[in-house]
Design a binder for this molecule. Structure first.
Ligand SMILES: Nc1ncnc2c1ncn2[C@@H]1O[C@H](COP(=O)(O)OP(=O)(O)OP(=O)(O)O)[C@@H](O)[C@H]1O
Length: 232
């Protein structure tokens, strides 16, 4: 059995109070093993963004524990929280979040610069080739298509070799064809680099490329299935 990379126990996140109380996450227990490609599927307002912000330490839970590699992150305060995030988590955003004044290459290598890590050139070249973004290295984001920007953003998320990649609606700003290509690429990266990926989506169609589909409704897990029929 693979190593457990993420463990969530009794997780709750409530907003507001009394009459305005919103139970955004309402008692989630979840274990994710290294190397899994998991999708978290839910309708608007089901708690997806709240869950991903809890997993990345951006939000503090009302109660419960989140352990990454055996370490409870809910106890951490700054600057330990930032260090934990840098060392363990890569995030792919819906709106790519590339810096417009930096080239593709500079965007991708920025996380290494910030955390004073040497750039593993061989790994970088491998990722660039894999994501077919060789021609985007000297371009600025504005000169790239949406799909190209998202592939550069995926490379940036992978550059520090994070234990987990969190992808928050990674195809939300892409058309159908680019959405499928992006998720297929995530799947390839999961298979090739054994990268653990958690993808949040409201799009059921895209979950077919992942090997576990967790459905949330009103802040609770209502379904958690292994996906045997993986579409290639
Ligand atoms: N800061 C906040 N204050 C109060 N309520 C909030 C806050 N953030 C989120 N909520 C509520 O918590 C619930 C879950 O919101 P969340 O953004 O996590 O859902 P979501 O599944 O990501 O939705 P979407 O797909 O529309 O982005 C919703 O009812 C939302 O209105």
């Amino acid at each position: 059995m693979s190593e457990i990379i993420l463990k969530i126990e009794g997780l709750k996140k409530y907003y507001g109070n009394n009459d305005n109380l919103v139970k955004a996450i309402d008692g989630i227990n979840l274990t994710i093993e290294e190397g899994q490609f998991v999708s978290i599927l839910g309708a608007s307002g089901s708690g997806k963004t709240t869950l991903i912000e809890l997993m990345s330490g951006i939000l503090k839970p009302t109660s419960g524990e989140i352990s990454i590699n055996g370490k409870d992150i809910t106890e951490l305060e700054e600057p330990d929280l930032t260090i934990m995030r840098r060392e363990n988590i890569g995030i792919v955003f819906q709106k790519f979040n590339l810096l417009n004044m930096l080239t593709g290459y500079e965007n991708i290598t920025l996380p290494c610069k910030i955390s004073n890590k040497d750039i593993d050139k061989q790994y970088l070249n491998q990722i660039i080739k894999y994501l077919e973004i060789e021609n985007q290295m000297q371009k600025y984001p504005i000169q790239m298509s949406g799909g190209q920007q998202q592939r550069v953003a995926i490379a940036r998320a992978l550059m520090t070799k994070p234990k987990i990649v969190l992808a928050d609606e990674p195809t939300g700003s892409l058309d159908h064809k680019n959405s499928i290509n992006t998720v297929k690429l995530l799947k390839k990266l999961n298979e090739e680099f054994k990268q653990t990926i958690i993808m949040i989506t409201h799009n059921k169609f895209l979950t077919q490329y992942t090997n576990r589909i967790i459905t949330i409704e009103d802040g609770k897990i209502v379904k958690d299935i292994k996906n045997e029929i993986i579409n290639h």
